[in-house]
Design a protein around this ligand. Structure first.
Ligand SMILES: [Zn+2]
Length: 348
């Protein structure tokens, strides 16, 4: 298989979280020629490939399947065929790496560990990991350890990890401020929903937390230029590097809400914590240790809460960051990434 071509095929059919059925078909079409046991998941596009070599330990490798709701602007000849759907987070590359590993494992009769390759739907919404964790086949196989790679455009080519906290936890937050609609010259300004939002944001601006932050980036409110706003919706996110900071942030928001306002929080992602021994093995495989955790979230954190896990960053040296409409995965990383994971599986 020419794995660059395969990656381009996946890139073309970028899909939204939970709807990755074309991606599912592409993967299935390739994996059915490999030697492992292909496992489908009920009501979900997720797929698993199990290589049982009758060994005591099973190691799980995770790749995400979903694209983002972004209009691609790369101008590539294999650019996404789906409008406002794009692989701007490298998930097409991550899936291809796991497919190459599947091909390599197909060619061997024996291996030091059993391997479970997980092609997981809905990473961007967080629900995909929990679906896999509750899947009956997954529970039966019950992997002992887990690893995931994620491309990181701002880092030099190579592999990076860190013991302990490597990625932040996060939650989405919606704040709805209610007010009264009236002529702007007549009404008591205290009842203006936009003014309530402004006061709240000013207070927030004076706050600083050591291991977390709150950021509102969308604001919808008001109906007419000469009328006070009867509503204002602020959409934002909270990020934290410690669970205790999560409760602190949520408490701050709830206790600073203006009158007649409400807050809605998503289930979100826990803090992603690398297991000590697993991180050491990754470092022995050539990972450089980084000092600071990243503020991005990944639902791999749900596996890491249950199984000794390690999350490894793969440098790419690209001018475009993740989630940028011009981002594209570097095909050189397919071989690099899969060779790294094979080495890791042999050392574990
Ligand atoms: Zn991603």
């Amino acid at each position: 298989m020419n794995w660059s071509d395969f990656r381009h095929l996946l890139h073309e059919c970028a899909e939204k979280s939970g709807e990755e059925w074309m991606t599912h078909a592409c993967l299935k079409n390739e994996l059915k020629h490999h030697a492992g046991q292909l496992i489908e998941c009920e009501h979900s596009p997720s797929l698993m490939m199990h290589y049982c070599f009758q060994k005591e330990k099973t190691v799980m490798l995770r790749a995400e399947m979903d694209g983002l709701c972004i209009q691609e602007k790369t101008g590539l000849d294999y650019c996404s065929k789906n409008d406002v759907r794009m692989h701007a987070c490298g998930h097409d590359g991550h899936m291809t790496i796991l497919c190459r590993i599947s091909e390599l494992l197909s060619a061997v009769d024996d291996f030091p560990v059993n391997v479970l390759l997980v092609f997981q739907s809905s990473e961007e919404t967080g629900a995909g990991a929990l679906d896999i964790i509750m899947n009956q086949d997954f529970l039966k196989i019950c992997p002992d350890e887990a690893i995931a790679l994620h491309v990181m455009p701002q880092l030099k080519k190579g592999f990076y990890t860190k013991k302990g906290v490597i990625c932040a936890g996060g939650k989405e937050v919606d704040l709805l401020m209610k007010g009264e609609a009236s002529h702007c010259a007549l009404l008591n300004k205290e009842e203006d929903a936009l003014r309530k939002a402004m006061h709240f944001l000013c207070e927030l601006d004076h706050q600083a937390w050591k291991s977390g932050f709150v950021s509102f980036n969308v604001c919808h409110g008001g109906n007419a230029r000469n009328q006070t706003a009867d509503h204002c919706l602020l959409e934002g996110t909270v990020r934290f590097l410690e669970a205790s900071c999560e409760s602190e942030l949520l408490h701050w928001i709830s206790s600073h809400l203006p009158k007649d306002s409400s807050a809605k929080f998503s289930m979100g992602y826990p803090v992603l914590i690398n297991h000590g021994k697993m991180s050491e093995i990754a470092i022995r495989c050539g990972c450089t240790e980084i000092k600071d955790p990243l503020w991005i979230c990944d639902d791999f954190a749900f596996y890491a809460q249950r199984i000794p896990s390690v999350y490894v960053l793969m440098g790419m040296e690209s001018e475009f960051p993740l989630h940028h409409p011009c981002f594209d995965f570097d095909d050189d990383l397919i071989e690099m990434g899969s060779d790294f994971l094979m080495k890791f599986l042999q050392l574990i």
